[in-house]
Design a protein around this ligand. Structure first.
Ligand code: F6P
Length: 382
């Protein structure tokens, strides 16, 4: 397949949705049609639609007016996984899986799709890499609010999620101040603290708890206590859903046996609020931002990012790229082996300047930040 001239491409969005997906679909489709004269097929609901053969052809009118819209006109699904699809449970309740990749190959062949442009995160790239084994050519585009895809310094949707979280934390500030309370805000991000660290810095939060730096209760509470004694009697704590105490575990909200990625994190915010309240005697409240972070219109930066990624994906394909992930590195777009990024998560390096800058302005991470000597990679976010 990869040797055939490219005439028709399929495009799909898979995994959790995020702002900027529609902008990416639009860019892929318009670049493919206007610049290269290709045909474009939209696959519904991610890998599920690929397995079930649910596709429709997309023309420029189908992708007009969607640049600013949240969600994805194609639909998404984060349970489907062609190589290991959940098909039910046995008599003991154990999950049963089947390899449904032949059905995906059938869909691709039936619709004459020469390449699949897959817009997704690490789990999606992992699933897509198993399709490569079946001879399907895949071009990946990185999206996830978590910003945790290996190989790319930024992913579509992250900046909008940060803007949403920042706005919410700003609002918590005024009510925290009025009531002299500790407000704990739990944000998403899975095992990476990009959203917490970035929104925490943007909102001037007092304490930021991230998975990369397991925290100590004493450190957090002494910091909040000192702040109360020497100044304002309120504090804002941003906690990533994957954050955990030193020698402790992350809090799991749910195990979804039907999902390719069964562990759903969540609940650490309430634990942190309870512990701070018990140890300091201060009144605490918790806000869990949840899926609000994944909704709504993409901010301008995400629209531009999405347009660039879509354009680069189709251009790289037409320049001969096969089974590549489009990435941005040091503000430049390029592509890497998709297999390299598949299933791997990019957490915040402890030498990242954002952590140092946060500390410099007095933010606590509830832990000692030991920066490895010489480790100071370029700032990758803004
Ligand atoms: O990967 C994006 C993300 O929003 C994570 O931050 C979060 O842990 C997870 O997806 C939630 O997934 P679900 O769609 O299953 O609620």
């Amino acid at each position: 397949m990869s040797q055939r001239p490219i005439r028709r491409i399929g495009v799909m969005t898979a995994g959790g949705d995020c702002p900027g997906l529609n902008a990416t679909i639009r860019s892929v489709a318009k670049t493919a049609i206007y610049r290269y004269g290709l045909e474009v097929v939209g696959i519904a609901d991610g890998f599920l639609g690929l397995i079930e053969g649910r596709c429709r052809s997309l023309d420029p009118r189908d992708v007009s007016g969607i640049l600013t819209r949240g969600g994805t006109i194609l639909g998404s699904n984060n349970r489907a996984n062609p190589a290991r699809q959940f098909v039910g449970t046995d008599e003991h309740g154990n999950a049963l899986h089947e390899d449904l990749r032949p059905r995906c190959v059938e869909t691709v062949e039936r619709h004459g799709i020469d390449t699949l442009v897959v817009i997704g995160g690490d789990g999606t790239m992992s699933a897509a890499s198993r399709l490569i084994e079946c001879g399907i050519n895949v071009i990946g585009i990185p999206k996830t609010i978590d910003n945790d895809l290996v190989g790319s310094e930024i992913t579509i949707g992250f900046l909008t999620a940060v803007a949403t979280a920042t706005e919410a934390i700003d609002k918590l500030h005024s009510t925290a101040e009025s009531h002299h309370r500790v407000m704990v805000c739990e944000v998403m991000g899975r095992n990476a603290g990009w959203i917490a660290a970035t929104a925490g810095v943007a909102s001037g939060s007092d304490v930021i708890l991230i998975p990369e730096l397991p925290f100590q209760w004493d450190s957090i509470c002494e910091f909040i206590d000192a702040r109360r004694r020497h100044g304002p009697g309120f504090a804002i704590v941003v906690v990533a859903e994957g954050a955990r105490p030193k020698n402790g575990e992350a809090v799991v909200a749910q195990v979804d046996v039907q999902s390719a990625d069964p562990i759903r994190l969540g609940g650490i915010g309430a634990v942190v609020a309870h512990e701070i309240g018990a140890r300091t005697g201060l009144e605490t409240r918790t806000t869990v931002l949840g899926h609000v972070q994944r909704g709504g219109a993409p901010i301008a930066a995400d629209r531009v990012l999405a347009t660039n990624f879509g354009f680069w994906a189709v251009s790289a394909l037409m320049d001969g790229a096969r089974n590549r992930l489009i990435v941005r590195q040091r503000q430049t777009y390029t592509d890497v082996d998709l297999l390299h990024a598949a299933g791997r998560q990019r957490t915040i390096p402890l030498g990242d300047p954002i952590l140092d800058a946060a500390r410099a302005v007095g933010t606590s991470f509830g832990a000692t930040l030991e920066v490895p000597p010489g480790a100071r990679p370029p700032s990758v976010i803004c």
